[in-house]
Ligand binder design. Structure first.
Ligand SMILES: [Zn+2]
Length: 256
């Protein structure tokens, strides 16, 4: 328990706030009187009194919301303990803090704002089940891709066998509708459908439109890449599979 040493008037004011249960006012008044009297922050004042105050894990600032447990004895006021109003004291509220630039569900932000390890942060994020959308929240790329895959198993795992199957079917219908010509027709947008299909096509004209002066080179690289030579089959599918597929491709050509 530490005694607050301030002028008589300030002490009287703080005691009045405690008695009237005006704790927010108390903190504001306390902060301003400390700053006026000693030209230091309230946090620094409390550190000088021997309290340990957590700093922000990102900028070393003391900007979290502090609360004090106070006791009045006679005309004196004592600090019994300090606590934090925010859920974790390791993140400040300053708009200049680098934490503001981080996604709230990123590993780095969760790690530093809770002072926990990378592994613990990953577990916490998963337990909140908020952000498996971020690649960095998965152990590796494989896990991430597995999570993203919306196959039948995903729906069954999430909704149970019966509901999972019907949800999966609905999902497939929705996706195919989204990309279908039917949708554009239904939505009176057939012109847009044609436009998009044409714009997406890999043609010299489109490549130049998108990549300007590099377009020609990109287009010719692409042409070479998809050229139906044995070399390109090997490049795409590996030695054995590539030669195999190339043979089949040639056979099919000779039949047609
Ligand atoms: Zn900060």
């Amino acid at each position: 328990m530490r005694k607050i040493e301030l002028c008589e008037k300030s002490i009287k004011n703080l005691i009045k706030c405690v008695n009237e249960n005006k704790l927010t006012k108390l903190m504001g008044d306390f902060r301003s009187v400390v700053s006026k009297s000693f030209n230091i922050s309230l946090e620094q004042y409390l550190v000088n009194l021997g309290f340990n105050i957590e700093k922000c894990g990102f900028c070393e600032d003391y900007s979290q919301i502090l609360m004090l447990d106070l006791e009045i004895i006679g005309n004196e006021i004592f600090i019994k303990d300090i606590f934090y109003r925010s859920k974790n004291p390791y993140i400040c509220r300053s708009s200049k803090c680098p934490s503001k630039k981080l996604n709230p569900n990123s590993i780095e932000r969760v790690m530093k704002s809770n002072k926990i390890s990378k592994e613990q942060a990953r577990e916490l994020i998963h337990s909140r089940n908020k952000s498996p959308f971020y690649k960095e929240n998965h152990l590796n790329n494989e896990d991430f891709l597995k999570w993203q895959k919306r196959d039948k198993n995903y729906f069954i795992k999430k909704y149970g066998t019966q509901q999972g199957e019907s949800r999966f079917k609905y999902y497939c219908d929705k996706i195919s509708y989204k990309n279908s010509k039917e949708r554009y027709v239904l939505e009176n947008n057939i012109e847009k459908f044609i436009d998009i299909s044409n714009l997406k096509a890999i043609t010299l004209k489109n490549m130049i439109r998108v990549h300007s002066k590099d377009g020609e080179l990109i287009y010719s690289n692409w042409k070479n890449k998809i050229a139906n030579t044995q070399e390109s089959f090997v490049r795409r599918y590996g030695e054995d599979e590539g030669i195999n597929r190339y043979q089949k491709y040639k056979e099919n050509l000779s039949y047609s």
